[in-house]
Design a protein around this ligand. Structure first.
Ligand SMILES: Nc1ncnc2c1ncn2[C@@H]1O[C@H](COP(=O)(O)OP(=O)(O)O)[C@@H](O)[C@H]1O
Ligand SMILES: [Mg+2]
Length: 176
């Protein structure tokens, strides 16, 4: 299978850990393209139905296949920052850097409440963050030289992560 012409970055984490904000800033600072996968799923209708009770889109295997086919050429071009709350169904070869954002319980509670999530959806996400579901998923799906885990509670931490990723991206670009 082919590898990307330039490194790609995946920003992942529980909803409201700050993935989209971080991906936007990294793309801007490093002059990369940003793909917000949740938005692509909505716009291109890569989902089968909407579960009112769970307040979530149901993505079947066929939707996932169509999404991966849609993304493949963009990923092969390289220089893309992708953000999504899950990471295990992407091909491993797509990403040379995987950043898992982590947020403290108090901060995440505030952000999820501010987003207008119902209690059940908020609590489900809080629990996933406390257990570290996405971090575990990333560590079992990508190599240890690819995954980095970063706290993202405030703007200082965000700025530090952008600097960290910039340096890592330059290193990986030189080794390609
Ligand atoms: N490092 C940060 N410091 C303070 N607020 C942040 C930080 N990162 C994100 N936020 C805020 O948290 C909320 C969720 O961020 P967002 O990027 O939409 O998260 P996600 O894409 O992971 O769901 C937004 O209101 C955003 O402005
Ligand atoms: Mg987002």
């Amino acid at each position: 299978m082919a590898s990307p012409r330039a490194p790609n970055i995946l920003i992942t984490g529980t909803p409201a850990t700050g993935k989209t904000s971080m991906a936007q800033l990294i793309a801007q600072e490093l002059q990369l393209k940003h793909i917000e996968v949740g938005k692509v799923i909505k716009e291109e209708r890569f989902y089968t139905s909407f579960d009112e009770e769970l307040d979530t889109r149901i993505i079947e295997e066929d939707d996932e296949d169509r999404l991966l086919d849609f993304l493949e050429p963009k990923m092969m071009e390289g220089g893309v920052v992708v953000d999504y709350h899950s990471c295990e169904f992407f091909p491993e070869r797509w990403f040379q850097i995987v950043v898992v954002l982590r947020t403290s319980t108090e901060v995440l509670f505030e952000r999820l409440s501010g987003r207008g999530y119902g209690d059940a959806k908020r609590d489900e996400n809080m629990e996933a963050e406390i257990i570290g579901v996405v971090e575990e998923e990333a560590r079992s799906s990508y190599g240890e030289d690819v995954v980095v885990c970063r706290e993202n509670n405030n703007l200082d931490e965000m700025a530090a992560t952008i600097d960290f990723v910039r340096e890592l991206y330059e290193q990986k670009s030189n080794h390609q």
